[in-house]
Design a protein around this ligand. Sequence first.
Ligand code: UDP
Ligand code: MG
Length: 140
Amino acid sequence: MSLERTFSIIKPDATRRNLTGKINAKFEAAGLRIVAQKRIQMTKAQAESFYGVHAERPFFDELCEFMCSEPVIVQVLEGEGAISRNREVMGATNPVDAAEGTIRAEFAESVGENSVHGSDAPETAAEEIAYFFSGLELIG
Ligand code: UDP
Ligand code: MG
C-alpha cells in the first residue's frame, strides 16, 4: 500500500456536539495524519455541488440542508492506504450497521446525521481535496 491522501468532513451534528477532538483522536489512532484542516460553513450551492452525485436520491435536499446548517471541519488525512483506512474508521453509512469502535457507531445520530464524510476512491479524493483546499494550504 502507498502513502495516500483522502478528504474528510466532520459534519454539523458532530461539530454541534463538540466532538471534533474525539473524532480527530480516532483518525490519529488509526495512523491517519491530519495534514490540512479548517472550519467553514458551506453554502447551499457548495453542498449541492459537493454531493451532486446524489442529486436524484430522495435524501438529497435534506442532506444539503443539513450540511450547510452549521459549521463543519474540512480536512485532508494522510497515511498508508488512507482512503480505505478512513472508510474503516468511519464505519458503515447507517450507524446501526457500523462496526463497534468506529466513529459512526460511537457518535452518529442517524443515517443522515452520521458525523463524518470520507472520500470513496482516489479520483473522488483528489477532486474533493481540490474543491475545498488551495495548493498553498497543502504543502508538506
Ligand atoms: N444519506 C442519507 N440517507 C441514506 C443514504 C445516505 O441521508 O439513505 C446521507 C448520509 O449523510 C451519507 C451521505 O448521504 O453520509 C452520502 O451517502 P453515501 O452513500 O455516499 O454514504 P457515505 O459515503 O457517506 O458512507
Ligand atoms: Mg459517499
